[in-house]
Design a protein around this ligand. Structure first.
Ligand SMILES: [Zn+2]
Length: 270
């Protein structure tokens, strides 16, 4: 599943091809994605110039004068800019024809992705209530500490709650908690202010690093379990159940927390 770093990499890759371009028309071959593609997307985008692009959580927002397209890659989606003459395959569900004689093509075998429309001045319900961006300046140790004072939920689930902070997926939560020396099962309320400062720093550091590395790779390198191949050698705990901790050699433990596999070192993480 594309995680925040990959969405950010996609945004940076697409931007030079989309910014300032006009969308001439849309070809929708399969409107039934995770949610049906609304007619408002087609009518809203047609003829409009792309003024800005933005990532919010794992959504790409393509801003035009009357509103914004909201794009999500779901489990298996990808976006590519191709020559307009490129023939469409079975999973190529949507093409935006651009005035550069190119298309923005959305490909999604599992169809959990989406293309939605947000009129100017409105906030789509999928974006309402989301927490701050982990790489923005509203996210820091004191922010986490303040929100966690009465929370008995495990700190890992707290960190993965999109209302608390967006885009910290399972891999990145596990790695950040290891780097900060915090046991993922500890109640969020039991983590000290100082340790939250460390955790926030590690979340930022790991995401920023993944974005940097993601800029030089391709989706095709992603392994079936969703771990980017280039990153796998460097993971400290994620997916390493039974293997020795890279710091203390204690076997990495794996437990289920919130229906997701959680990996940690019982010696390094308290
Ligand atoms: Zn260890």
């Amino acid at each position: 599943m594309p995680e925040l770093p990959e969405v950010e990499t996609t945004l940076r890759g697409l931007s030079p091809h989309l910014l300032g371009r006009r969308v001439l028309s849309l070809t929708v071959r399969q409107p039934r994605l995770r949610w049906p593609i609304p007619e408002a997307l087609r009518t809203g985008l047609a003829g409009q110039r792309i003024e800005a692009l933005e990532r919010r959580a794992k959504y790409l927002l393509v801003h035009t004068q009357p509103g914004s397209a909201l794009l999500h890659l779901g489990m298996s989606g990808s976006l590519r800019v191709l020559p307009a003459t490129t023939s469409a395959g079975k999973h190529d569900h949507v093409d935006w024809l651009l005035d550069s004689q190119q298309i923005l093509r959305f490909t999604d075998p599992r169809r959990f992705g989406s293309q939605l429309w947000q009129p100017i001045g409105e906030t789509h319900q999928l974006l309402a209530g989301l927490g701050p961006e982990p790489l923005g300046d509203k996210f820091h140790g004191d922010y986490l500490w303040n929100l966690s004072r009465k929370r008995d939920v495990a700190v890992k689930l707290f960190l993965m709650d999109q209302k608390i902070v967006v885009g910290v997926g399972n891999i990145y939560a596990a790695e950040a908690l290891f780097a900060a020396g915090i046991n993922p099962r500890l109640a969020a309320s039991k983590v000290s202010r100082l340790r939250y400062a460390r955790l926030a720093d590690e979340v930022r550091r790991i995401l920023a690093y993944a974005i940097k590395r993601g800029g030089t790779t391709l989706r095709d390198f992603i392994s079936p379990d969703g771990v980017p191949g280039y990153f796998e050698q460097e993971l400290a705990v994620y997916g390493r159940s039974g293997q020795p901790c890279r710091v203390c050699a204690t076997p990495i433990r794996s437990v289920i927390l919130g229906q997701r596999s959680t990996f940690f070192c019982s010696r390094c993480q308290r």
